[in-house]
Design a protein around this ligand. Structure first.
Ligand code: FA5
Ligand code: MG
Length: 471
């Protein structure tokens, strides 16, 4: 994928899908990412990601489904078009894969919102696609995953008055199926300044009914696909986890530059809340920029892996990329939906790496997030405008850099990486971090020697790349 004049210089260009992109100081897309390019799991007929996509699409009849938008987008599409502030943490090189200064691998399907609104082909649409993020390494995070964007708008021009429009949205809301889903906290309070109702663009009643329509549509989607899955699983003779514990969701306030107000939906899974989607009332300036200023409505972005893991009981996000027939054959066509039967787990080989961060001139800043759990997003909040509390950047080292070294060296042989200790020397002020890297292949037993070799390579890379001092 890379071409360079000589081995010592930085690659001069990056070739993706036959097109060469000039590299620059922003280029940070590694070969480990490009090797997955073009797999398009979301349109592989019997792949669980594709099955999940179709199930969700089926809950939004009449929507136009966009499933083939290519992943290379401009910084303008990925961030500016959505109103991301110039200093938004999501733009940083530690979070985003840059092809060069002005071109990225999309970090979310929202990158296409403005283009699709501008085309103005339908009231409702979905966009499903592979998205790319520099992120933690664990069982629910992978640097490439799949999202589905969904949006529904109503056009003021289609109605004789604003009252008629309001009545229509109310009627549409009343037509949505009722469900018996347990919704904890259906109406969390939201911050009036950071999540305003956009009163210069719509009436509070409009914002309220759009929000209600959005939430009920998504609750209906979740409840329906889980019920359908349960039925199919029961018919196929598999008992489901949902029988043991009723499905339960909750809404929490969220912040996105392109929606206001905004929420995230979490689903109760294996004893923890798992975030599955972000959503909200579309920022009117975005619709104005898209030349559809007379439209108002909602949008959401859902993680397909997260839903597929819940639906099929898939325990590790790496499995989606497996070419192992023991995985793929389980979803083959014609069979009723089946709960994934895990193949035997190979032994884990945990190895710790402890190091002093290089001394910087500035006061030491916290450069790492605490160990992530299955529910907590591992970065400052993905593409949200959540204030970055846990991550700050030091020029020398960012936790995602370590994740990247691990990924490039050991690839899918690593199950997760967690920070297990952090220590500041009382006299020197130097900071020491200790990470536990758990090696475990999905496909074979790693020998001690193999784990040691991978680990030693990772340790050396940390020294050469970031100047850390191993302890
Ligand atoms: C976004 O990406 C927003 N663009 C979503 C949105 C769209 C909001 C439209 C409002 C309107 P976020 O970064 O939270 O938000 O990601 C959305 C979902 O993608 C998450 O809820 C989660 O289900 C999934 N997701 C995020 N990061 C990962 C990851 N590393 N691996 C797997 N799934 C992930
Ligand atoms: Mg999020």
């Amino acid at each position: 994928f890379y071409s360079s004049q000589d081995a010592s210089s930085a690659p001069a260009s990056l070739t993706i899908n036959g097109k060469a992109y000039p590299s620059d100081s922003w280029t940070n897309v590694p070969p480990s990412i490009l090797k997955h390019y073009g797999r398009q799991l979301h349109i592989q007929p019997n792949h669980p990601i594709s099955i999940t996509r179709k199930l969700i699409e089926s809950r939004f009849p009449g929507f136009k489904n966009h499933n083939a938008l290519p992943p290379v987008v401009t910084v303008g599409q990925n961030f500016d078009s959505l109103g991301f502030a110039p200093d938004h943490p999501g733009r940083s090189k530690t979070d985003t894969y840059y092809i060069n200064k002005s071109t990225v691998l999309r970090t979310h399907t929202s990158a296409h919102e403005v283009d699709v609104f501008r085309a103005n082909e339908s009231d409702g649409y979905t966009i499903s696609a592979d998205v790319y993020r520099r992120d933690a390494v664990d069982k629910s995070h992978y640097p490439i995953f799949h999202q589905m964007e969904g949006a529904l708008t109503w056009d003021r021009n289609d109605y004789p008055s604003n009252q008629a429009l309001l009545d229509q949205i109310k009627a549409d809301y009343d037509k949505l199926p009722r469900h018996d889903l347990v919704v904890e906290d259906p109406n969390p309070t939201f911050h009036p300044q950071r999540n305003p109702l956009q009163e210069q663009h719509h009436s509070p009643e409009e914002a309220e009914i759009i929000s209600a329509h959005l939430k009920r549509s998504l609750e209906d989607m979740v409840v329906t696909i889980f019920n359908e899955a349960d039925k199919a699983l029961a018919a196929a003779g598999h008992s489901s986890e949902a029988e043991k514990e009723p499905l339960k969701v909750r809404w929490i306030e969220a912040f996105f530059p392109h929606t206001s107000p905004s929420w995230e939906m979490e689903v109760w899974w294996r004893g923890d809340w798992l975030e599955v989607l972000g959503c909200g009332v579309i920022e009117q300036p975005l619709l104005i920029r898209s030349n559809v200023e007379s439209r108002i409505g909602w949008a959401f972005g859902i993680g397909l892996e997260r839903i597929a893991m819940l639906l099929f009981g898939i325990p590790d996000i790496r499995l989606f990329w497996s070419n192992d027939q023991r995985f793929l054959a389980q979803f083959e066509g014609g069979k009723p939906m089946k709960r994934f039967v895990p193949f035997s787990k190979y032994p884990a080989a945990p190895r710790d790496v402890a190091f002093w961060l290089p001394k910087t001139d500035s006061t030491p800043t916290v450069a790492a997030t605490p160990a992530s759990t299955s529910s907590a997003p591992s970065s400052a909040g993905g593409q949200s405008t959540e204030p970055a509390i846990t991550i700050t950047d030091t020029p020398a080292f960012h936790e995602n850099d370590l994740m990247e070294v691990v990924r490039n060296t050991a690839g899918d042989s690593v199950e997760d990486v967690v920070l297990i200790d952090r220590f500041t020397h009382p006299k020197t002020g130097r900071e020491s971090l200790c990470y536990r890297v758990t090696y475990r292949s999905l496909e074979k037993t790693l020998t001690n020697e193999e784990a040691n070799m991978l680990h030693e390579q990772i340790r050396q890379e940390l020294v050469t790349k970031f100047g850390v001092e191993l302890r």
